[in-house]
Ligand binder design. Structure first.
Ligand SMILES: NC(=O)c1ccc[n+]([C@@H]2O[C@H](COP(=O)([O-])OP(=O)(O)OC[C@H]3O[C@@H](n4cnc5c(N)ncnc54)[C@H](OP(=O)(O)O)[C@@H]3O)[C@@H](O)[C@H]2O)c1
Length: 320
């Protein structure tokens, strides 16, 4: 069975003219942290490129700028051709004097962040710039004009935004956004109609959090023995026990011979209408191989049925 995606068809990213791999690597989270050894981060990125991944997602604020600098540095070290990659970064999250993160979507801030991202990544043009978690009210005419200007100046190619359902709904068909990045996973399937509507409007759809963060990771005991596991666990618990309990209910549905639960969770996301690429995070090359296999296979019918049964029993707020 193929361990990479070179034989898996690229997907059209909406009407942008780009064709992308169905999987994208999140150069974020624990991967981006200085305490995650550079050699390990390099091995993960190398495995992603070798497996045929062409989408790399990062952000100006990730690991206080370390993510972009690491990504730029490692791509150069690995001799990657940036022209063949959709490198996406994000603007709009800023740190205050104490390092606490907040949102700032004023045109001057976003423009300054773009200049910083170009320097950090070592690029002359950002293939994709996304707004990082705006509210609908943040998408002012001034901001949209500033984004158009950045494109006209040749500093960015595609424009997009990442966020929760209200802003994704607001941005469907809205210029200048070529790409939208909602959260979607087997655990949180509620954005499916928005994904389909964005696709119908000609926008590309990159999915964030397709593995529901760490919900389908190996047993808890394993997580407690690894620094990255502890970090992911602490982050997951910030949302309370709800997602973990829902994951518990889904776990029996995500079983099939020759598949891992994470592979099934990924295959489920990739077959949702309108999804062009699912961007996942990992600290292990072996997990990339697992997901690359999943991306090259069809979700077993029995799993689709079992997942749908769990979704049908879920409270309405988990579905809409
Ligand atoms: N979360 C956000 O707020 C946000 C916002 C905007 C964009 N994004 C983008 O979305 C990306 C993905 O989001 P995310 O990292 O929060 O969540 P995710 O991709 O849904 O889940 C990541 C978790 O899944 C585990 N994992 C990965 N592959 C696995 C496999 N084959 N088997 C078992 N476990 C596996 C990882 O652990 P291991 O390290 O052990 O593999 C990690 O704990 C981010 O990297 C970022 O680029 C996220």
């Amino acid at each position: 069975m193929t361990r990479d995606m070179t034989s898996v068809p690229r997907r059209a990213l909406g009407r942008t003219g780009w064709r992308v791999s169905p999987l994208g690597l999140g150069c974020a989270s624990y991967w981006a942290k200085p305490r995650f050894a550079e050699a390990k981060a390099r091995a993960v990125l190398a495995a992603a490129l070798e497996s045929g991944i062409t989408v790399l997602d990062t952000g100006a604020s990730y690991a206080h700028g370390h993510a972009e600098r690491r990504l730029g540095r490692l791509l150069r070290e690995l001799g990657a051709d940036p022209g063949a990659l959709l490198i996406g970064t994000k603007a709009g999250t800023v740190a205050d004097a104490r390092g606490r993160l907040g949102k700032d979507f004023r045109p001057a801030t976003v423009t300054a962040q773009v200049e910083g991202s170009l320097r950090a990544l070592g690029l002359e043009r950002l293939p994709l710039l996304q707004l990082h978690g705006p509210e609908p009210k943040d998408l002012t005419d001034d901001l949209r004009t500033a984004l158009d200007r950045l494109r006209a100046e040749g500093k960015v190619d595609l424009l997009g935004l990442n966020g929760f359902a209200p802003v994704i709904r607001h941005a469907i068909g809205l210029t200048p956004f070529d790409v939208l990045m909602p959260f979607l996973s087997v655990l949180d399937p509620g954005t499916r109609p928005l994904v389909a509507a964005a696709h119908d409007a000609g926008q590309g759809v990159l999915v964030a959090g397709p593995l529901a963060r760490m919900a389908f990771a190996p047993p808890l005991a394993l997580w407690l023995t690894r620094p990255s596991g502890l970090w992911y666990l602490a982050r997951a618990m910030r949302h309370g026990p709800g997602p973990m309990l829902r994951a518990q209910r889904l776990r029996p549905a995500l079983r099939a011979e020759g598949w891992t639960p994470a592979g099934l969770a990924m295959a489920w996301v990739l077959e949702q209408p309108g999804v062009d690429c699912a961007v996942f995070g990992t600290t292990r090359p072996g997990h990339i191989a697992d997901l690359a296999v999943a991306a090259s296979r069809r979700l077993p019918d029995a799993v689709r049925t079992a997942v749908a049964r769990v979704h049908d029993r879920a409270p309405a707020n988990a579905r809409a």
